[in-house]
Design a protein around this ligand. Structure first.
Ligand code: EPZ
Length: 418
């Protein structure tokens, strides 16, 4: 397992370009199952999770080609079977997003339930309840969801929670249903809007994406489309923290401020200088951040995917911060590793109390999940001495060559292949 070694104390300077959004590209590649036409996606990031998704699609019979770097063509004309095996779904839970498209286009699917992960139980009940409302018969058997439907029927679907994945699965399924579907209390993330944009380009009739109420008028079939993936707001936020925590001066090209409103407001509240410019966002670190209160919420609230990175920054604050995680029940795994670097963090249920310290000191630490791993690298960039982050396979799932990107900004960072 590879390790990443960081020597802290270097202020980052320069410009970095954000890749396409992982959490947009994943539902987008699965949407190709809805048509026998060719779907072409631009700005697809080269990530382990994308490779896993493409492995699953190829296993189903979907053809795909990388036309150029980050430019991907997919065609689901010849789907051979309708099963997503446990081996693939357990390595990447987003594979569960093949359920809606397979059911809508072929009337059947057998998809392994994803199971839990490090950050929480992550059930799929909201997905399944919605598909049943669309007329699917659902059976849970030997760890698999077995779903069937002659033809899905439009329905009113109130979500108990604005689940991102459930909104995506149900929106895709409803595009080919007979009649109109209304998803209420829908997730509002930019990745939902991006998926709706591509589905409409494929001939779907979706309105309201990005609001709590999405309406989908079912059609008989969809055709291929060309679509550019939105920039990754989580990667953008990660680089903004990298600039702030090292008291550097970075321009994050491609970052969209309208996708990061709550996060940017909180970053400014810490005293960090954040400038929205044409084509991206500039961050200038101004020393130790002021303590702030953070509560993660569904979009457009503070994003849970930037909670660990922000905690790393607040560990060096000149005051007390209180961070409450409301989306996942176990998303503080990075806290104990940050404490190894000298941070003062106390956990009480889903709340972390962080008392800022003047200095962190480098040490060997272990990554536990995707965003936790990058928070340890961010802390290492500012810590005194050497920080070694092990199990960086977590990192590679969601960040494209991050150590090269950080090194291009001046960081003393390298990957050691074990
Ligand atoms: C998506 O996961 C993202 N992943 C996550 O990013 C992100 O943290 C999450 O949305 C929240 O924003 C992708 O888009 C691939 P949810 P998803 O369904 O769809 C509960 C990353 O780091 N829930 O909105 O799985 C669930 O347990 C990843 O890039 C149910 O109870 O998130 C969780 O507590 C991590 N029943 C909450 O809702 C359900 O049927 C949010 O889950 C579905 C979800």
């Amino acid at each position: 397992m590879d390790k990443i070694v960081v020597r802290g104390g270097v202020s980052l300077h320069g410009e970095i370009t954000v890749s396409g959004a992982k959490n947009a590209a994943l539902p987008l590649v699965f949407a190709s199952l809805l048509t026998d036409g060719e779907c072409t996606l631009q700005r697809v990031p080269h990530l382990v999770d994308i490779r896993t998704a493409l492995r699953l699609l190829r296993d189903l019979g979907v053809q795909y080609d990388w036309l150029s770097d980050n430019h991907l063509a997919l065609c689901a004309r010849t789907v051979r079977h309708y099963e997503a095996p446990y081996a693939l779904v357990k390595t990447m839970r987003a594979s569960f997003l093949v359920l809606g498209p397979l059911l809508a286009r072929f009337g059947r699917a057998r998809v392994s339930t994803p199971g839990g992960c490090a950050i929480g139980a992550r059930p799929v009940n909201i997905h399944l309840d919605g598909l049943q409302r669309l007329g699917a018969s659902i059976r849970l058997h030997h760890g698999y969801v077995e779903a069937q439907a002659k033809r899905l029927r439009g329905a009113y679907i109130p979500l108990d929670f604005p689940s991102v994945g459930a909104t995506e699965n149900l929106m895709m399924a409803a595009t080919l249903a007979d009649g109109t579907t209304v998803i209420d209390n829908a997730a509002r993330e930019p990745e939902i809007e991006d998926l709706a944009t591509m589905l409409n380009a494929m001939g779907a009739r979706i309105t309201g994406a990005g609001t709590p109420t999405i309406t989908i008028d079912g059609v008989d079939s969809l055709h291929g489309a060309v679509h550019e993936v939105i920039p990754d707001r989580v990667e953008a936020g990660t680089f903004l923290i990298a600039g702030a925590i090292t008291s550097g001066d970075l321009f994050v090209r491609g970052a969209r401020a309208d996708h990061l409103t709550t996060f940017l407001a909180k970053l400014r509240e810490t005293g960090t200088h954040v400038e929205e410019q044409a084509g991206g966002i500039r961050v200038v670190g101004t020393g130790r951040p002021s303590g702030v209160e953070i509560i993660t919420r569904p979009y457009p609230g503070f994003p849970t995917d930037l909670q660990a990175q922000t905690m790393a920054f607040l560990c060096l604050g000149d005051g007390r911060s209180v961070i409450t995680e409301t989306i996942f029940e176990n998303r503080f795994l990075h806290a104990q590793e940050l404490v190894r670097l000298g941070a003062d963090i106390r956990l009480a249920g889903n709340t972390a109390i962080v008392h800022g310290v003047a200095m962190l000191s480098g040490a060997p630490v272990m990554a536990t999940d995707l965003r936790a791993s990058v928070s340890l690298i961010l802390a290492g960039l500012a810590a005194d001495g050497i920080t070694e982050v092990s199990r960086v396979y977590h990192l590679d799932r969601g960040y494209e060559r991050i150590e090269e990107k950080l090194a291009s900004l001046g960081a003393d960072i390298r990957r050691i292949k074990e």
